[in-house]
Design a protein around this ligand. Structure first.
Ligand code: UDP
Ligand code: MG
Length: 335
């Protein structure tokens, strides 16, 4: 038996109200699994782990049903909606216990599942992390494309190094996952953390398609929250910006002070009203911004110090299975 054949793969799929696409996603992923097993690239004990992130539709019923009929399908049901990142982490942490490598992919089939073959190829070549990078964004709406682009630029300027055009479609080896799990922050921004792990990494390019069915679970409000979270979790650039702004304002204030004094000397005191009222509003506004930015960080500290769990699993179809002992973790083959 070749070493590759023993490689247990898990595909982790976070799902939030995805009843419209789920069956098709299962069908396509199962096909890929079958092919990989047939080609002896992965073990027949590999799995597809669907994480139900507190869906209110029939998502969990569909998952549960399929665990009975599909040899690969397993399910993890979170006790409520924890959000995409937390659902993903729940899946990764659980899957990491049973497998040698884990691929994360969205449920909506926007990411080309065919790229999984290349992911596995790279894994067998000895890469610990494989990033799925989309080639073009033709299928995204004009709005989505531009907000996403602005987001990456902004993050970059704030000093957060992201792999451009990579979302959460990636492969991670067991040991890379184990390292990832050492990052205990509650607010885990995966896209920013994974590049920090190091290890031998590479990219696989694919075309991003339109959502197979259903609608985006990331409305503008969630996207903005995600961006602010990403920036404030990784960068203190906004705080520095506020401080520099403060310094500049103090300098301007000194200038105005000198001006006011001169005007007072020349007996034109009434004329100061406009500039006075202007600066009150200006400075007041900037102070509010500054307090807001600092508050954002204090809020983060407040949340992190509580060390709350990132997710709660209500039901796990894997719980009867034996976990893979850690010493068997590295089954990298270099054939
Ligand atoms: N998702 C989730 N919890 C949420 C929101 C989204 O698990 O609270 C899942 C969703 O089911 C999908 C993935 O995260 O599998 C990405 O969401 P979506 O495709 O709606 O985002 P978009 O591609 O529009 O950015
Ligand atoms: Mg999507």
């Amino acid at each position: 038996m070749s070493e590759a054949y023993q490689t247990k793969l898990s595909i982790v799929v976070p799902c939030y109200n995805e009843e419209a696409v789920l069956k098709e996603t299962m069908r396509e992923l199962t096909e890929i699994m079958d092919t990989l097993v047939r080609e002896r690239k992965i073990s027949p004990e590999s799995m597809i782990l669907f994480v139900d992130d507190g869906s209110r539709d029939r998502t969990w019923q569909i998952i549960e049903q399929n665990t009975l009929t599909n040899q690969y399908v397993q399910g993890l049901k979170l006790s409520r909606n924890f959000g995409h990142q937390s659902a993903l982490i729940a899946g990764l942490e659980t899957a990491g216990k049973y497998s040698d490598c884990v691929i994360s992919i969205d449920a909506d089939l926007q990411d080309d599942v065919q790229a999984i073959y290349a992911f596995i190829e790279k894994y067998h070549e000895g890469y610990d992390i494989v990033y799925g990078v989309r080639d073009k964004r033709d299928t995204d709406t004009f709005f989505k494309k531009n907000t996403a682009l602005t987001f990456y630029r902004l993050m970059n300027r704030m000093g957060v190094r992201l792999v451009p055009n990579h979302a959460d479609y990636r492969l991670m080896s067991r040991r890379a996952l184990a390292e990832l799990m050492k990052y205990k922050e509650e607010n885990l921004f995966l896209r920013g953390i994974v590049p920090l792990l190091g290890f031998k990494s590479t990219k696989v390019y694919y075309d991003r398609k339109e959502r197979y069915a259903g609608e985006s679970k990331y409305p503008l409000k969630k996207m903005i929250a995600f961006a602010i979270d990403g920036i404030t979790s990784f960068s203190i650039a906004p705080i520095k910006f506020v401080m520099n702004l403060g310094l500049i304002l103090v300098l301007i204030g000194m200038g105005i002070g000198i001006y006011a004094f001169v005007v007072w000397l020349l007996d034109h005191t009434i004329s100061g009203w406009t500039s006075l009222i202007l600066s009150i509003w200006l400075v007041g506004g900037m102070q509010l911004i500054a307090i807001g930015v600092i508050g954002e960080y204090i809020g983060k500290i407040f949340k992190e110090t509580k060390r709350r769990p990132r997710y709660t699993i209500e039901w796990n179809t894997l719980s009867h299975k034996q976990e893979k002992p850690l010493n068997q973790g590295q089954t990298h083959s270099y054939e």
